[in-house]
Ligand binder design. Sequence first.
Ligand code: C2E
Ligand code: MG
Ligand code: MG
Length: 540
Amino acid sequence: MHAGRMLGLKPVRIAESPPPLVSRAEWPVVVLLLCALGAFVWNGSSLLHIVASQQISGLDPSVQIAAAALVLNVALLLFGWRRYADLQQEAALRAEDRRRAALQEETDSITGLANRKGFAAGVETLCKTAIDAGHCLVIISLQMQRFKRINDRFGFDVGDATLRRIGEELRLHVPEGAVLARLSSDEFAIALPVHKDNLPSAERLAETLLRDVSRTYDIEGTYIQVGAISGIANAPAGTACRAADILRRADIALDHARSTRAARPTWFDAGMERALIERSELEQAIRVGIEHHQFLPYFEPQVDLRTGALTGFEVLARWQHPNRGLLSPELFIPVSEEIGLIGSLSESVIAQALDAARQWDGDFSLSINISPAQLSDLWLAQRLVRMITEHGFPANRLIVELTESSLFEDIDLARNLVVSLKNQGVRLALDDFGTGFSSLSHLRMLPLDMIKIDRSFMATVHVDRESIAIVRAVTTLAQALGIPVTAEGLEDAATYEKAATLGAKTGQGWYVGKPMTADAAADLLRRHRDAGDVKLRQAS
Ligand code: C2E
Ligand code: MG
Ligand code: MG
C-alpha cells in the first residue's frame, strides 16, 4: 500500500448489462440498409448479366433503367449508412450522460469525494476483492467536532471551503485501492482492504488522518480550528463482508470515541454494541414507563435545624420498574434529559406529588427539581403555574430547585423562568451549591430564596477542616445576602449538629428521614397531627 499517494474520486462501477448489437432505434435503419444492400446486389448482378450479353454500344432502355436503379441503390446505401453512424453517436452520447448522472448521484458536490451512496457501492465492490485476496475490509470513520459552530460563526462559504480542505488533506494520505467519502455534513469515511495480520496498520493510518486533519486551516485569511474523533471497525470474524454492517460498527466506535472524548482512534468492540442495545432498551422502557405512570414521587423531609420541626418535603423521582424494582434517578434522569423526555417525566412526577400533597394537613413546602434541559422550554413556567392552580396548591408553598450548572448554561433562560415563577409567588432554591462554579455573581443575579449546600461537603463537615471552612463561608455569605441555607445529606447526629452550628437554617438527609412514598409521608403527618407541629429531630 502506498500511503501518501494522491487518490482521486474512485469512479464507482455501475452494474450494466452489455449493450445489444443493434438497439431498438437502429433496427429500421439496419433493415433499410439490408434491403438496399440486397437490391444493390440483385440490381448489380442483373445489370452485369445484361451488359455481358449485349454490346456496350447498343444498350437498350431496360439496361438504362437497371443502371438508374443501381445508382439509386448506391444513394440509399450511403444514406442508410450515414443514418446508422448518427444513431450510434447519439447512443454513445446518451450513455455518457447516464454515466455522468450516476457518478454525480454518488458524488459529494462540495468535496468531490464519494457520498454515502457512492461509498456503499464502492465498499461492496471492495468487499468482494478484499475477500478474494484474503484481506479484510476496514472502515475508518472521522467526524469533525463542533463543525456546526464553524458554519454558524463564519458562514457556509467558509464551512464549505474548510470541508474541501479536509477532503484534500485526507486524499493525500488515503492509500491506493481505498474508497474515500464524505458521508454527512461533518463525517468522512475511508474503506480499505487490510491483510488480516496487519490490522495495526489501519490504526496507524487512522492516527495519521486524525492528526493531520485536526489543525488550523487558513481559509482566505480566516483561521479555522478543526478537531476530530475517529472510530475503526472491520467485518465481524467469520461473517460475510457487508458494507452496511461495517459502517454501523465504525459509527458505534465513533459514538464511543465521542462520549469518552478519546483523542485516539477507537476500535469497535462487541461490548459497545451491547451497551447501545441496552441503552436503546432503556430509552424505550422510559417511554413506556412515562405512559404507564411508573415514575413516582418520593418525599424527602426537610426540617428546621433549630427546632427539628418539619418544614416541607423535596420531591424525588423513583422508577417503579415492573421487573427491576425501584430504580434511582441516577439511572433514568440523565437518559431522559438526553432523549428529550425529562419534561414529561418531571411533570408527571410533579402532578402526582401535588395530588398527594393536597390531601395533607399543614402548610408544608414542596420542593421540585428542574433539570438544565428543561430550561429551554419557554412554556415551563406557565405549565408549572397551571399545574399548581389546577391542584389548588398555593404558589408560595412551591419551591423550584435549579442547579448551578443549569444557571451557567444559559443565565437568560434561567432568569426568564425565575421571573415568571416569582411573579406568581413561587420560591426559588439554588441546589447542590458548591459542586458547580459556585459563582458569587449567580447569587446576585437571581432573586434566590434558598441556597442548598451539596451533601458532598456535609459528609465530611465534622472531620475535614476544609469542608468546615467552605460551609462556614457559604452560610456567612448567604446570611449577608439574607438568603437562608439548607444543608443536604445529614446522615447522622454529628453532621446535623455541625450544620446547625455553622449557620444552616434547614436541613435534610437520612438522619432526618429517608425519601418515602406519598402514603408513608401522609402516615408520618397523621402520626404527628395531634402534637401540633411535626418534630422529626431536636437539635441539642
Ligand atoms: P438532589 O436534588 O440533590 O437530591 C438529593 C439527593 O440526595 C437524593 O438523591 C437523595 O435521595 C439523596 N440524599 C438525601 N439525603 C441523603 C443522605 O443523607 N445521604 C446520602 N448519601 N444521600 C442522600 P436521589 O433521589 O438519588 O436524586 C439524585 C438527584 O436526581 C437529585 O439530587 C436531583 O438532582 C435529581 N432528581 C431527582 N428527582 C428528580 C426529578 O423529578 N426531576 C429532576 N429534574 N431531577 C430529579
Ligand atoms: Mg434537589
Ligand atoms: Mg441537591
